[in-house]
Design a protein around this ligand. Sequence first.
Ligand SMILES: Nc1ncnc2c1ncn2[C@@H]1O[C@H](COP(=O)(O)OP(=O)(O)OP(=O)(O)O)[C@@H](O)[C@H]1O
Ligand SMILES: CC(C)(CO)[C@@H](O)C(=O)[O-]
Ligand code: BAL
Length: 278
Amino acid sequence: MQILRTVAELRTRVRGWKADGRQVGVVPTMGALHEGHLSLVRAAKRGCDRVIVTVFVNPTQFNNPEDLAKYPRTEAADAALLAEEGVDVLFAPGPDEVYPAGFASQVIVNGVSAPLEGERRPGHFEGVATVVTKLFGMTQADRAYFGQKDWQQLQVVKRLVADLNIPVEVVGCETIREPDGLAMSSRNVRLDPLSRAQAPALHRILQKTAQALRGGAEVAPVLAQAVADLRLAGFSDVDYLELRTAAMLEPATSVAQPARLLVAATIGDVRLIDNIPV
Ligand SMILES: Nc1ncnc2c1ncn2[C@@H]1O[C@H](COP(=O)(O)OP(=O)(O)OP(=O)(O)O)[C@@H](O)[C@H]1O
Ligand SMILES: CC(C)(CO)[C@@H](O)C(=O)[O-]
Ligand code: BAL
């Protein structure tokens, strides 16, 4: 596996692959890799001839400077894991390579970016959309792999690819969970032992809520009960727990159309997100 840090080196490498007719896959990440990321890498290995994993802690998508400062960075361990998976290139640029002096552009995806994470993390999806658009331009990938754990992000990326005619196929991959149901996330390492023990309630309560909705229960009282259950389980803040249409993320008042339950809640001082289909 090669570790590349500049766009120029990456482009040279990709040009060679394309000249040989190879299909290129990319897995964009912020590092601190876990089995969730590795499942995306394995999907990319199955679907493409060559695989690039990008590791870049993108400052522009952090609305909270403390969250950025505390974001785990484990490059040597990440590189070892990726080499073991047979990844061809780890692309790990520095901030100046991605945002050189004079950088002045922004990608804004209206509609699907606005609610939920967009509302709670102002500027977050503009940062994500801009860096993902740049990563597609840098890697020239034929396919790009994203996790369903960040469901809203996946819908934002699908929207921008369609709107901007970017020639990449976006592949959404299932959420990988710990045996107790907690969705794997780089931020889980920041959970203290008590919070870690309580955190699986997030997924359990989503499942119970989905089951009630599928059984015909009325939406508003079931969601209110779920929020109360989360607080009882040890979550301090529940930013949102909502039923939304699966692609557009508009408020859903029934489960007649494809719908998704999405939640963001804080335990200890760690903000967790999760979602499941209903
Ligand atoms: N448990 C998981 N299952 C499947 N995909 C995942 C999982 N966790 C993260 N991913 C995906 O990996 C990609 C990179 O995510 P990222 O590096 O932000 O990791 P993360 O664990 O989501 O970190 P964070 O703590 O920021 O949420 C995204 O497409 C994300 O959806
Ligand atoms: C897609 C992404 C790598 C863009 O920085 C990030 O938002 C993430 O890790 O999900
Ligand atoms: N996994 C989404 C990236 C973020 O939380 O900033």
